[in-house]
Design a protein around this ligand. Structure first.
Ligand SMILES: C[S@@+](CC[C@H](N)C(=O)[O-])C[C@H]1O[C@@H](n2cnc3c(N)ncnc32)[C@H](O)[C@@H]1O
Length: 168
Protein backbone atom coordinates (compact mmCIF):
# COMPACT_ATOMS: atom_id res chain seq x y z
CA UNK A 1 0.00 0.00 0.00
CA UNK A 2 1.33 3.41 -0.95
CA UNK A 3 0.10 6.55 0.65
CA UNK A 4 0.33 10.09 -0.50
CA UNK A 5 2.40 12.18 1.87
CA UNK A 6 1.79 15.69 0.77
CA UNK A 7 3.69 18.00 2.96
CA UNK A 8 6.90 18.15 4.89
CA UNK A 9 6.50 20.16 8.04
CA UNK A 10 9.59 21.88 9.32
CA UNK A 11 10.52 24.98 11.27
CA UNK A 12 7.29 25.06 13.17
CA UNK A 13 6.44 27.94 15.41
CA UNK A 14 7.35 27.17 19.05
CA UNK A 15 3.81 27.94 20.09
CA UNK A 16 0.45 28.00 18.43
CA UNK A 17 -1.59 25.29 16.84
CA UNK A 18 1.17 23.92 14.62
CA UNK A 19 1.01 20.60 12.82
CA UNK A 20 3.87 19.28 14.94
CA UNK A 21 2.37 20.45 18.21
CA UNK A 22 -0.98 18.81 17.55
CA UNK A 23 0.71 15.55 16.57
CA UNK A 24 2.86 15.51 19.70
CA UNK A 25 -0.18 16.20 21.89
CA UNK A 26 -1.86 13.10 20.49
CA UNK A 27 -5.32 12.25 19.25
CA UNK A 28 -8.12 14.18 20.94
CA UNK A 29 -10.99 12.73 18.92
CA UNK A 30 -12.85 9.50 19.77
CA UNK A 31 -12.98 7.14 16.80
CA UNK A 32 -14.80 3.85 16.34
CA UNK A 33 -13.88 0.75 14.44
CA UNK A 34 -16.68 -0.08 12.02
CA UNK A 35 -17.27 -3.03 9.68
CA UNK A 36 -17.41 -1.53 6.18
CA UNK A 37 -18.47 -4.66 4.32
CA UNK A 38 -16.30 -5.44 1.28
CA UNK A 39 -13.63 -3.01 2.51
CA UNK A 40 -13.23 -4.86 5.80
CA UNK A 41 -12.77 -2.81 8.95
CA UNK A 42 -12.75 0.97 8.77
CA UNK A 43 -12.62 3.94 11.13
CA UNK A 44 -15.44 6.39 11.75
CA UNK A 45 -15.78 9.49 13.84
CA UNK A 46 -18.66 9.96 16.25
CA UNK A 47 -18.16 13.71 16.54
CA UNK A 48 -17.81 16.39 13.91
CA UNK A 49 -14.16 17.01 13.01
CA UNK A 50 -13.39 20.51 11.72
CA UNK A 51 -10.99 21.05 8.82
CA UNK A 52 -7.21 20.92 9.49
CA UNK A 53 -7.41 18.97 12.72
CA UNK A 54 -4.96 16.25 13.74
CA UNK A 55 -6.85 12.95 13.67
CA UNK A 56 -4.22 10.30 14.32
CA UNK A 57 -0.66 9.14 13.87
CA UNK A 58 0.40 6.18 11.76
CA UNK A 59 2.66 4.10 13.97
CA UNK A 60 4.46 0.81 13.49
CA UNK A 61 7.87 -0.68 12.89
CA UNK A 62 10.07 1.55 10.71
CA UNK A 63 11.70 -0.79 8.20
CA UNK A 64 13.49 -0.52 4.87
CA UNK A 65 11.76 -1.08 1.54
CA UNK A 66 13.85 -4.25 1.10
CA UNK A 67 12.58 -5.64 4.40
CA UNK A 68 9.02 -4.65 3.47
CA UNK A 69 9.35 -6.62 0.24
CA UNK A 70 10.67 -9.60 2.17
CA UNK A 71 7.47 -9.52 4.26
CA UNK A 72 5.45 -9.56 1.04
CA UNK A 73 2.55 -11.64 2.34
CA UNK A 74 1.82 -8.99 4.95
CA UNK A 75 1.75 -5.65 3.11
CA UNK A 76 -1.78 -4.55 3.96
CA UNK A 77 -0.67 -2.40 6.90
CA UNK A 78 2.56 -1.10 5.37
CA UNK A 79 2.73 2.65 4.87
CA UNK A 80 5.38 3.46 2.27
CA UNK A 81 7.24 6.74 2.45
CA UNK A 82 8.60 6.26 -1.06
CA UNK A 83 7.26 9.57 -2.26
CA UNK A 84 8.60 11.64 0.61
CA UNK A 85 12.06 12.89 1.43
CA UNK A 86 12.87 10.14 3.87
CA UNK A 87 15.57 8.33 1.96
CA UNK A 88 18.03 6.87 4.41
CA UNK A 89 21.20 5.42 2.87
CA UNK A 90 19.31 5.22 -0.42
CA UNK A 91 16.77 2.84 1.02
CA UNK A 92 13.17 3.88 1.15
CA UNK A 93 11.42 3.50 4.43
CA UNK A 94 8.16 1.85 5.29
CA UNK A 95 6.11 1.96 8.49
CA UNK A 96 4.78 -1.52 9.08
CA UNK A 97 1.79 -1.65 11.43
CA UNK A 98 1.17 -5.37 10.96
CA UNK A 99 2.54 -6.45 14.35
CA UNK A 100 2.75 -3.10 16.12
CA UNK A 101 0.28 -0.41 15.27
CA UNK A 102 -2.77 1.53 16.29
CA UNK A 103 -6.27 2.20 14.98
CA UNK A 104 -5.05 4.30 12.03
CA UNK A 105 -4.09 1.12 10.19
CA UNK A 106 -7.81 0.55 9.63
CA UNK A 107 -8.26 3.72 7.56
CA UNK A 108 -9.50 2.74 4.11
CA UNK A 109 -8.72 4.21 0.70
CA UNK A 110 -10.82 6.70 -1.23
CA UNK A 111 -10.19 8.85 -4.30
CA UNK A 112 -12.22 11.50 -2.57
CA UNK A 113 -10.65 11.32 0.89
CA UNK A 114 -11.33 13.42 3.95
CA UNK A 115 -7.86 12.95 5.45
CA UNK A 116 -4.40 13.80 4.24
CA UNK A 117 -1.11 12.30 5.47
CA UNK A 118 1.61 14.74 6.45
CA UNK A 119 5.19 13.98 7.19
CA UNK A 120 5.99 15.90 10.34
CA UNK A 121 9.61 16.54 11.29
CA UNK A 122 9.64 16.46 15.08
CA UNK A 123 13.29 17.34 15.64
CA UNK A 124 14.48 20.58 14.09
CA UNK A 125 18.07 19.27 13.98
CA UNK A 126 17.31 16.06 12.10
CA UNK A 127 15.14 15.39 9.08
CA UNK A 128 15.23 11.73 10.01
CA UNK A 129 13.13 12.31 13.12
CA UNK A 130 9.78 12.23 11.43
CA UNK A 131 6.31 11.01 12.21
CA UNK A 132 3.24 10.58 10.01
CA UNK A 133 0.13 12.48 11.02
CA UNK A 134 -3.32 12.28 9.46
CA UNK A 135 -5.18 15.60 9.26
CA UNK A 136 -8.72 16.44 8.19
CA UNK A 137 -8.89 18.05 4.72
CA UNK A 138 -12.41 19.36 5.31
CA UNK A 139 -15.12 19.28 7.96
CA UNK A 140 -16.03 15.65 8.63
CA UNK A 141 -19.56 14.90 9.84
CA UNK A 142 -20.45 12.59 12.76
CA UNK A 143 -20.70 8.99 11.54
CA UNK A 144 -18.57 9.55 8.43
CA UNK A 145 -15.88 7.07 7.58
CA UNK A 146 -12.32 8.43 7.66
CA UNK A 147 -10.53 7.88 4.36
CA UNK A 148 -7.19 8.55 2.76
CA UNK A 149 -5.97 8.48 -0.83
CA UNK A 150 -3.40 5.68 -0.71
CA UNK A 151 -1.89 6.48 -4.07
CA UNK A 152 0.38 9.39 -4.89
CA UNK A 153 -0.29 11.01 -8.23
CA UNK A 154 2.89 9.54 -9.72
CA UNK A 155 2.08 5.97 -8.66
CA UNK A 156 -0.53 3.90 -10.43
CA UNK A 157 -2.44 1.36 -8.39
CA UNK A 158 -2.46 -2.18 -9.75
CA UNK A 159 -5.98 -1.80 -11.10
CA UNK A 160 -5.27 1.25 -13.25
CA UNK A 161 -5.46 1.07 -17.04
CA UNK A 162 -3.63 3.54 -19.27
CA UNK A 163 -3.67 6.26 -16.67
CA UNK A 164 -7.28 5.65 -15.71
CA UNK A 165 -7.40 4.92 -12.03
CA UNK A 166 -10.22 2.77 -10.76
CA UNK A 167 -11.73 4.66 -7.90
CA UNK A 168 -13.60 3.17 -4.96
C1 LIG B 1 -4.74 -0.34 5.67
S1 LIG B 1 -5.90 -1.61 5.43
C2 LIG B 1 -7.40 -0.82 5.88
C3 LIG B 1 -8.17 -1.66 6.89
C4 LIG B 1 -8.81 -2.88 6.31
N1 LIG B 1 -10.12 -2.56 5.78
C5 LIG B 1 -8.91 -3.98 7.33
O1 LIG B 1 -10.00 -4.52 7.56
O2 LIG B 1 -7.88 -4.33 7.92
C6 LIG B 1 -5.89 -1.68 3.67
C7 LIG B 1 -6.78 -2.77 3.09
O3 LIG B 1 -8.17 -2.45 3.25
C8 LIG B 1 -8.88 -2.78 2.06
N2 LIG B 1 -9.40 -1.53 1.48
C9 LIG B 1 -9.01 -0.29 1.79
N3 LIG B 1 -9.72 0.62 1.12
C10 LIG B 1 -10.58 -0.07 0.35
C11 LIG B 1 -11.58 0.31 -0.58
N4 LIG B 1 -11.84 1.59 -0.85
N5 LIG B 1 -12.28 -0.66 -1.20
C12 LIG B 1 -12.05 -1.97 -0.94
N6 LIG B 1 -11.10 -2.40 -0.06
C13 LIG B 1 -10.38 -1.45 0.58
C14 LIG B 1 -7.92 -3.47 1.14
O4 LIG B 1 -8.02 -4.86 1.41
C15 LIG B 1 -6.58 -2.95 1.62
O5 LIG B 1 -5.52 -3.86 1.36
Amino acid sequence: MLHKVTKVEQNQRPSGNSTRQTLVEGRQIPLVLFWEGRKGWGLRTIFKIPKNVFVGEYVGEVITFAEAKRRNKHTKYQFSLATAITKLDNKFLVIDATSLGNETRFINHSCNPNLVAKLVITNKYSEHDFRIGFYSMRDIEPGEELTLNYYPTNVKPKNSKKGRTKCW
